[in-house]
Design a protein around this ligand. Structure first.
Ligand code: ZN
Ligand code: ZN
Length: 163
């Protein structure tokens, strides 16, 4: 476990399985290094102030190429959850390939952040509450098959109270 910064940043989790390593493009390296540093930084448009996601070379709202990286508040509410279940013995595998297969069962979904963005990610919850839309979660960082961490979300049953 590394240290995390900021009450609203990303809490590093360990022992939750390693998802596929992301492709780290040089243009958005600050996004990945912010996750390593315990924050989730996105682009704030220099033209219209829109907070951009997905990360992109130009603003989807005003087409400005100007932006500054900004660490966001990672707290939000579950919008939708998908449970990636363990394949039934003897049944053909559909969709999930390594390393995801080894992580089953696990939750992925979309979270409506308090800052107004909807972000995808794994959702870590041991009690089952996060299967329900509206459940409060906050950002975490998760291990991958490389040294690069990815963002995800976790329920209070995993990371403790955060509101
Ligand atoms: Zn803009
Ligand atoms: Zn939970």
């Amino acid at each position: 476990m590394s240290t995390h910064t900021g009450a609203t940043g990303l809490i590093p989790l360990a022992g939750r399985g390693r998802g596929l390593a992301p492709l780290v493009h040089p243009e958005i390296e600050p996004f990945w290094s912010s996750i390593a540093a315990g924050e989730l930084s996105l682009q704030r448009c220099g033209g219209c102030r829109t907070l951009r996601f997905p990360v992109a070379p130009v603003c989807h709202s005003c087409l400005s190429p100007e932006f500054a990286w900004e660490a966001i508040d990672t707290r939000g509410s579950v919008n939708v959850v998908v449970e990636n279940a363990r394949p039934t013995e003897g049944m053909p595998r559909i969709g999930l390939e390594p390393p995801w297969l080894e992580l089953t069962p696990y939750l992925t979904g979309a979270v409506d952040l308090d800052c107004g963005l909807r972000l995808p990610g794994r959702i870590v919850c041991d009690c089952g509450a996060a299967r329900s839309p509206g459940t409060r979660v906050r950002g975490v960082s998760l291990e991958t098959t490389s040294t690069t961490r990815v963002h995800g979300f976790a329920h209070a049953c995993v990371v403790g109270p955060f509101e």
